[in-house]
Unconditional design. Sequence first.
Length: 374
Amino acid sequence: MEPDSASERFPVRPVVTSFAPYTPGRSIQEIREAYQLTQVIKLASNENPLGTSPLVQRRISRDASLAFRYPRPGSPDLVHSLANSLGLDSGRLIAGNGSDEIIDLLLRVVGRPGESNVVLLEPSFSIYRMQAGLNGLDIRRVPLNSDFSFPWSELEHTVDEKTACLFLTSPDNPSGYTAGPEEILSLARRLPRGTLLVLDEAYIDFAEDPEETSPLSRLQETDNLVLLRTFSKLYGLAGLRLGYGIMPPWLAGLIQRIKLPFSVNILAERAGIAALEDTTFRDLTRETVISQRKIMERSLTESGCLVYPSQANFLMFQPPGNARTLYQRLLEKGIIIRPLDSYGLPDHLRVTVGREDENGVFLRELRSILSGTA
Ligand SMILES: *Cc1c(COP(=O)(O)O)cnc(C)c1O
């Protein structure tokens, strides 16, 4: 039966029938089959260029026999490790099935369906608007400045006493733009009493100086700031689904109350603890991304692309000529990058900073396509 006629018979929620699902990057398997390729390089989803930490792999294998057990609600062992490594009270931390889950939980706790609104930058990470819509919240969009920096005063003036959450991503996806802690804290202080400023720091570890860039060490200056972080990027655990939020204890308590008890699985919790221990892997990832980012930025610029400064593990650029065509030609060569149509930026592309050899192949193929020799 057609979905449309079924949803006429059954009382499906209208937000579900009109829902636009997430657009993920294309997968290696899909492109290998579509173009009959043996070798495919994926630089589309900002995954870790070095893969999974060897220590994490050993720990998952060692603990595989625990798969029959339920995990403990609240992932207390992981929360304890995180609290130690961040120097925070564990009552401020919530672990989730990716930071995606924390976004949804925050909206469910503070958003009143049909009443509250959410303020978002346009373009920004699509999960904010998807979960806000599903939770029955009104969405107010504020366009980014033309250089992709944040329009601080428009943000402040778009918020009202019915704004449950204002979402910011810094370093930002897809541009790589990074806001300073002073600007963020200053906005947080100017918001109405009932509004949370949710700062998504998925890429903070790739900033030149993460400690100076994040407001983490100055949380005591505000009571309405939530930080979101993830194990998907620096820690290389995207496939296991693990993220966390840092928030005021009252909010953490409410989220803990409504959260599905076992959304963080037992191996993800163990893997997260091991990932925090493997500082060698983490440092090597950071050094690889930061040094390769510089090389890619220079090389893309030399190839005639307009490259946006980035403190993340990806670069956004505008190629000379048609972005869609370039994306397609690269795909045919077995190189997957990210078109940004779903972000409303059809003339821009985003490429993840990969390993040196992967980046080399990408840059060589891009140069030959753009110079017309491919
Ligand atoms: C990758 C990414 C995340 C991480 O999401 P997970 O659910 O933790 O994998 C969060 N926010 C942004 C903006 C991202 O790009």
